[in-house]
Design a binder for this molecule. Sequence first.
Ligand code: C2E
Ligand code: MG
Ligand code: MG
Length: 534
Amino acid sequence: MDRRLRNDVVVLVLFVAIGTLLSVHFELVSHLQVLLEKHASTAWLEGATFLIVLLLGSVGFLLRRLYVLQSRMASAAAQPVVEIVQEPGLQDPLTELPGRKLWKRRLAQELSRAVREDTQVAVIALDLDRFKQVNDVFGEDVGDALLRVMADRLAAVVRDMDTVLRMGADEFLIIQPGLENHDGAVSLAKRLIAATLDPMQIREHQIPMSISIGIVLSTPDCRDCEKLLQRANIALDRAKASGGSVYRFHEADMDLKLQRRQRMEQDLRAAIDNDALALHYQPLFNVTDQRLLGFEALLRWQHAEHGFVSPADFIPLAEETGLIMSIGEWVLEQACKDALRWAGDRKIAVNLSPIQFRDPELPSKVAAIIKRTGLPAERLELEITEGVLIEDADTALAMLVELKSLGVRISMDDFGTGYSSLSYLKRFPFDKIKIDRSFVSQLVIGSEDAAIVKAILAMGHSLGMIATAEGVESAEQFDYLQLEGCDEAQGFLLGRPMPFEYALALCSVPDGHMESVVRPLVAAHLPRLASGGN
Ligand code: C2E
Ligand code: MG
Ligand code: MG
């Protein structure tokens, strides 16, 4: 039921109930009977009493309506935002919109008005999608000009009584008062998205730009400014995660998810401090002679409550929170130290996150770790995913060249899963491509995946790159890879990720004895030790 209708019904019922109580208390029927000198029938008198009670209810209802109307007129005469903004320091100098300092005052004003008028306020958090790229590519002047155009477009879409504020960088907030339900906010969100669809003409550049929107409506039990803003931002995060150019309303379960995420973040920070992160090592073998070539370092988190947490779950969290920077450095240093302890010149592969790649200091950090640990650079392989190249291919390729000049080897991980652009392979000489396990897991002669694997192998070899197959789980898959000339293989068939001591033991098995020694070792111990899911 519409909220306002519900309130009206409540008031009506309340007054009717009061009327009924009063009529019982003052024995209205008998008084009326006396009044009409006992001429009227009891049925007639009861009908008259009912009408009086109903009349009382209607009076109450009308009084309430009058109060609401009066409050609205009083609020309409309240100080408009334009006047408040004239106060020094409250306006955003770039866009001339009300600035961040005003949001709370403005929202509090509208919330108390909403209580009086029995309406709702929509708090709309808004953020430009990929604005950072505009600044990076076109420079900050163009970025500033774009923000001004955006501010004008937003301001043109809202009603006079709405407030558009600039909260900082590319973040805006809209306060939309006087709503009966969420329809008004939906229609405004659609108008806002539509208003930003046309590319922005900034000087000689035509820049496409979209926005993401998070909305929350005030309710009688939530009129707390900070909480409303936080909820609008949670909804905004959800909109961003959906790929941008969309609006999302705040939903109750979003708070729960956020709380869970915040707890997980605290736990991860504690895990870093308490050394609860560990590295496991998955062996890589030469396909032709099954020689042990090295290991890939894979991160493990033994969580006190949740047990093993997969890196697939906590690496994205570490990336969002920036914790990946310190974790990544620790992984690199620990893996290099461990690799020095196993025999021979076996390689150690370490995964790098795209976030680490945004750090211009990465090459010098890698160089420092190599120097500190004393690991020969050519034994270190850095694995990157295609995500690194998508964000800003030119910078990423320059960074790869710098890393390669240190003498380390660079592998393209999970090949075939992202927006694989063959031009990247041409522009940067990767040492290795790792065929993603999704192609390997369904390998059957004559299948589409078999054709894809064959094509990747041919292409990799013609570009002078080594090809590694990930996720080899069956002897049939291994045989097919051998037949097609794949160079290296990694997978549960050959060895699961294992603690360092097992990797060390594996290194001392003489080449040629893998078949007899490794398989029983893997089968006997590793299912127990192997980290969950793997
Ligand atoms: P990845 O680099 O592609 O690592 C290979 C993943 O495939 C590992 O999962 C490994 O355990 C799993 N795997 C290997 N062989 C098989 C198989 O035969 N069958 C199946 N089903 N899976 C197999 P894991 O350890 O869960 O790691 C997942 C991803 O997390 C890694 O994918 C990597 O992208 C990321 N990751 C792991 N450690 C690190 C790290 O230290 N830093 C960063 N940035 N990312 C890491
Ligand atoms: Mg990898
Ligand atoms: Mg991989």
